[in-house]
Design a binder for this molecule. Structure first.
Ligand code: DC
Length: 229
């Protein structure tokens, strides 16, 4: 009997996966791996290189070739980790509204998913990992010891994103964040390959009205109870 070695946390944008995953990984001294940053980095690379996001072939080839690394944070500015793309720090660039608006298109491409999922799986199988995404429990690591699906209403998630942006000193508009999340939910959950959905054996937590500490306490209890045989 031991603690779960592979923990998958899936859920829609703004459900709190990254924050909770970071807390849990730190508490357990596990690797923190937010897979969404890989889809974001490929999207940013396409934008930077002037590649049309609708050009599936070119975007897919970019996903196979771009080097993405997640490292321990070197700057204390609210980041969970440093995201390097071909050696360049893109931690905040991948969170831009332009990337937000285009990332769901990129992440629906089967060859992009295949390239990135393979890398994620290799890392996940090494164990002692908390991996966040949309399809970790269903596709990337179906053998995960503990699968959690974090959910929240569209309004709650838009509110969280709004406050995150304001805290970072950026401009934010609640209504456009709401519209953007609605559209991303639609694309993420209706795409043909690895759509956003809870795995049959995942534990679904509705986080509406709960703060970070409350969600973290719930997940910690599940983790400690969920001993692997
Ligand atoms: O979690 P996030 O908002 O940073 O994710 C960005 C996009 O990447 C999201 O629209 C869906 C996609 N994604 C995915 O398809 N599969 C994953 N495992 C992680 C993210």
């Amino acid at each position: 009997m031991g603690m779960p070695e592979i923990i998958a946390i899936d859920g829609p944008a703004g459900s709190g996966k990254s924050t909770i995953g970071k807390l849990l990984a730190e508490y357990l001294d596990y690797l923190y791996f937010d897979t969404g940053v890989m889809y974001r980095a490929v999207t940013l690379a396409a934008i930077n290189q002037g590649i049309d996001i609708e050009n599936e072939l070119r975007v897919s080839s970019l996903a196979q070739n771009v080097k993405i690394d997640l490292q321990t944070p070197t700057i204390k500015d609210g980041r969970n980790c440093d995201i390097l793309m071909d050696g360049q720090d893109v931690t905040w660039d991948i969170r831009s509204p332009e990337v937000d608006a285009k990332v769901s298109i990129v992440s629906a491409y089967p060859k992009v998913r295949q390239a990135l999922s393979e890398k994620q799986r290799q890392i996940g199988l090494q164990g002692k990992v908390v991996m966040m995404g949309r399809d970790i429990g269903t596709v990337v690591l179906p053998e995960a010891d503990l699968k959690i699906y974090l959910d929240a209403s569209l309004e709650e998630r838009a509110g969280r994103r709004y406050h995150e942006r304001i805290l970072r000193g950026e401009d934010a508009d609640y209504d456009s964040l709401l519209a953007m999340l609605r559209e991303r939910d639609r694309i993420d959950s209706t795409r043909e390959f690895a759509p956003l959905k809870p795995a049959d054996d995942s534990i679904v937590i509705d986080t509406d009205g709960l703060n970070i500490q409350q969600v973290f306490a719930t997940i910690l209890e599940l983790t400690e109870k969920h001993h692997v045989k």
